[in-house]
Structure formats: structure tokens, C-alpha cells
Write a protein that binds this ligand. Structure first.
Ligand code: SAH
Ligand code: SF4
Ligand code: F3S
Length: 431
């Protein structure tokens, strides 16, 4: 039997798809690249913006057509489009065989004839990995309820995995050749508050540090208010933990932050960035920004713009506000910024950031950086190039000898806002 999984959304969704794929493989199924060849097609969906949902709907349209042409296969929809109640979805998409909430694979397994696999079927040592990098969710869900955000409604309350459970999974991944692990949580610093002894992210990183074979740890996504000096210190101290933080600011204006109910002001945000930069010099910091949130005036937007200029982030993920039914903002605030204004603000941020990223990256010209090799791709001229990331999460393409999983020293000879190009030295950096 053959399956096809289509995934959109964040790293959490990628991790979920990977886990489901591991389960299907264990049952003897094989993955195919084309939905036309599959007995089971799974759409792992995202609801963060309307656009993400539209992509899933158009995919569903294609599958419906395949069905009407007489192909016999099961359709499963999982992930964040599936809330606690599925009545509306069932009415809208009657041809879908099964709906499954994030990480609840049982309904899918049942729909393909595996009624009671039980919890033991999905142990920590379960996930396969052919790639040298892997995502490991450590805290599920989110308790923050930012007014614009759908995630808490779709992924439920915060639940941390135990340190022992995470350790087992990371050790297993290391034994199968993984060299870099990214620990995941919507607010990853919330890790542990619900566990016995309340270990924090720093404690977890210290415990994982001795796992042989893992050269690098990363973690995503940071929530400014939950980030403590203890965690910042752990990152600074531990050599395997990469010098990179992704700390979404969302807005540079205190009134907007208040309407978003982010729970911090810009002064606190600045302090956290300053603390991180003082403990880990040369750290890469990336952020997320929403433009055109309910009632955002030109002056409020300008404060976001000015903050980005002031703090000089390595990268900014910018999104135009998208009203999400079910959220607090949808109920209580008007989505009153015209689409053209949202788009114009988005473009201003992108332009600004392209300049900042270009300057930051250009400092690496002529430098040697450590790259964890992930794979190979042809460049624009059709020549094969290796690619991978630096500890500061810069994408590097290079020519030279390598194997996926190697740590290679690369001399940078071209830079752009988005990536670096260089030449690899044969010496593999020892770990
Ligand atoms: N937990 C993380 C990120 C969650 S979602 C955090 O607290 O920041 C990823 C990003 O999507 C967010 O950082 C935000 O910038 C964006 N986003 C979330 N809801 C959105 C909405 N309704 N419209 C536009 N962008 C949104
Ligand atoms: Fe959404 Fe806010 Fe939770 Fe992030 S912290 S997932 S933005 S509710
Ligand atoms: Fe999307 Fe759900 Fe992630 S809404 S961004 S897939 S948590």
C-alpha cells in the first residue's frame, strides 16, 4: 500500500507528518511523491492565515476530481484546520474519509484498517530520519491566546514531554545519524512548567548535551516574556547550542502589542535582545512581524519599521494580518486596514530587511563558516552544489567534497540577503 502526505504550515506540522510517515512505514506502507499513485492521501493543514487554508482547499478540489475520475483512494485531512468539532468540515467536504486533529493519528489509522494499534505503537524511539537534521517537539499547544492567533484553539493547551522522553528520542535520532536537532514549541521557553520539578529549557538542553553524535541544538519559537536569564545563560554556555534565537516581536508599538495581548511591551523586548547580545556576542536574531493588524495607524506601523531598523535582525518573517474566525480579534476588533495598505506596509518591511540582511551577510565575505551539509541541488547553471546551514542559520551553497551530515568549513565568496555561496574545505570539522 502506498501513501502520500502533503504538508503546509510550521515545523510542528512537518514533525507531525514525519511521525505519521514513520508509523505507516512501520506497517509496511511506502511513500509516493504523486497523490495519483497513492492509496491514502493525507493533507496536513495549517490555519494561521486564510491563504494557508485556501491552499488546502484547492488541493482538496484536485483530489475530488481524481475521485470523480474513478480512482479509488482514501482522503485524510489532519492538522490545524481540524478543530474539536468537525461537523462543518464534514458538510463542506463530504468526500473526505477522515478528519484528524494535530497529532491525533488514530482516526487515520482506523480509516485504513488498523483499529487498535495502542499507545505503544508510537514510542519515543519511533521517528525515522534519513536526513542529518531533525525536529523534536518538546512542548505541544499554546496557552497564550494572542488575539489574532488560531493556534491555541487548534493545538490545545501547553503540554510538555518529559525530559526522559525527549532524551530517548534525541538519543535514538543520534544513533540513526542525525547531527542537528531543533527542539520545537509554539512558545518553547514555556517548556517544563507543567512537569514534576519544573525543569526549564536550559535544564533540558544541559541534559541533552551529552548525547554523542549530535553536534548542534536549536530551539523554536521564543516568546519574549517567557525567556529567562537562566535560559539565555544556558544557550551561551553550551557549545552545542547554536547562536540563534527566533523571537517574534509582532509589532514595535505598545498599543498594538496591547491589542494583540502579547503580554509584553517594547521596552521588555529590547531588554531581552540586549541581554542575549551581551551573553552571546555575534548571535543571530530573527523575528516575526504582523503588519496591518486591527486599527494599525501609519504612526503605529512606523514604530514597527523603526524598531526593525534599530534592532537589525538577521531575518524578518513579515505577514499581513489575516482575520481568523474563532479568535478574540475576530470577535472584538475590526479588520479595518485595507488590503492595499497591508501590502504596501509588507513591502516596506521586506525592502528594509533585504538591505539589513544584505549588510549583515556581507560581513561574512572571505570568512570561513561551519556548515552542516544537508544535501545537493543544481544551481542556476545546472552545476551540482552542496547546501547546508551555518550555526547562525544562514543557508550556504558550496562546491567541493562533502557527504550529507558532514560539518564542513566553507570559505564565503558571495553573499546576498538570503544566502551565501562559497567553497568547501575538505577537512571535516571534528565534534
Ligand atoms: N508561537 C509563535 C508563532 C506562531 S504563528 C509566536 O508566538 O510568535 C507564526 C507566525 O504567524 C506568528 O509569529 C505571526 O507573525 C504569524 N501570524 C499568526 N497569526 C496570524 C494572523 N492572524 N495573521 C497574520 N499573521 C499571523
Ligand atoms: Fe499564537 Fe501567541 Fe501562542 Fe504564538 S504565543 S502560538 S502567536 S497564541
Ligand atoms: Fe499553522 Fe498550526 Fe503551525 S496553524 S503555523 S500548522 S501550529
Amino acid at each position: 500500500m502506498r501513501y502520500h502526505i502533503w504538508t503546509v504550515g510550521c515545523q510542528m506540522n512537518k514533525a507531525d507528518s514525519h511521525k505519521l510517515a514513520s508509523g505507516l512505514d512501520k506497517l509496511g506502507w511506502s511513500e509516493v511523491a504523486a497523490p495519483e499513485e497513492a492509496d491514502l492521501v493525507v493533507l496536513n493543514t495549517c490555519s494561521i492565515r486564510e491563504h494557508a487554508e485556501q491552499r488546502a482547499m484547492s488541493k482538496l478540489g484536485t483530489l475530488k476530481k481524481l475521485r470523480s475520475e474513478g480512482r479509488d483512494f482514501k482522503i485524510a485531512v489532519m492538522g490545524c484546520m481540524v478543530g474539536p468539532k468537525t461537523g462543518d468540515l464534514r458538510r463542506q467536504f463530504p468526500y473526505v474519509d477522515v478528519f484528524a486533529r494535530p497529532q491525533q493519528f488514530e482516526p487515520i489509522m482506523e480509516a485504513i484498517g488498523y483499529e487498535d494499534l495502542g499507545g505503544e505503537f508510537w514510542p519515543a524511539t519511533f521517528v525515522r530520519s534519513e536526513a542529518p537534521t531533525a525536529y523534536v517537539p518538546i512542548v505541544h499547544g499554546c496557552d497564550k491566546f494572542c488575539t489574532y492567533c488560531i493556534v491555541p484553539y487548534r493545538r490545545g493547551r501547553e503540554r510538555s514531554r518529559t525530559v526522559a522522553d525527549v532524551y530517548e528520542e534525541v538519543a535514538h535520532l543520534a544513533a540513526s545519524g542525525v547531527r542537528e536537532v531543533t527542539l520545537l514549541g509554539q512558545t518553547v521557553e514555556a517548556y517544563g512548567h507543567d512537569l514534576d520539578g519544573t525543569p526549564d529549557l536550559g535544564d533540558l538542553l544541559r541534559t541533552l548535551d551529552d548525547i554523542e553524535g549530535i553536534a548542534r541544538f536549536r530551539f523554536l519559537t521564543s516568546y519574549p516574556k517567557d525567556m529567562t536569564e537562566r535560559i539565555i545563560d544556558a544557550v551561551a554556555e553550551l557549545p552545542k547550542v547554536c547562536e540563534h534565537f527566533n523571537i517574534p516581536v509582532q509589532s514595535g508599538d505598545n498599543d498594538v502589542l496591547e491589542r494583540m495581548r502579547r503580554g509584553y511591551n517594547i521596552e521588555l523586548y529590547r531588554e531581552k535582545v540586549a541581554l542575549i547580545r551581551s551573553r552571546t556576542p555575534d548571535v543571530a536574531i530573527t523575528t516575526d512581524v504582523i503588519v496591518g493588524f486591527c486599527g494599525e495607524t501609519d504612526a503605529e506601523f512606523q514604530r514597527s519599521y523603526d524598531l526593525l531598523e534599530e534592532l537589525q535582525f538577521d531575518k524578518v518573517h513579515v505577514a499581513a494580518y489575516s482575520d481568523r474566525p474563532g479568535t478574540i480579534a475576530h470577535r472584538e476588533l475590526a479588520d479595518d486596514i485595507p488590503q492595499e495598505v497591508k501590502m504596501a506596509r509588507l513591502q516596506r518591511v521586506e525592502q528594509l530587511e533585504a538591505g539589513i540582511s544584505a549588510r549583515i551577510n556581507s560581513r561574512l565575505l572571505g570568512e570561513d563558516v561551519e556548515v552542516l551539509v544537508e544535501g545537493r541541488k543544481p544551481n542556476a547553471d545546472g552545476e551540482q552544489r552542496w547546501y547546508g546551514r551555518t550555526r547562525r542559520d544562514k543557508l550556504v551553497h558550496f562546491a567541493g567534497d562533502a557527504t550529507p551530515g558532514d560539518l564542513v568549513s566553507v570559505r564565503i565568496d558571495r553573499t546576498s540577503p538570503w544566502s551565501l555561496v562559497g567553497t568547501g574545505k575538505k577537512t571535516t570539522v571534528p565534534t
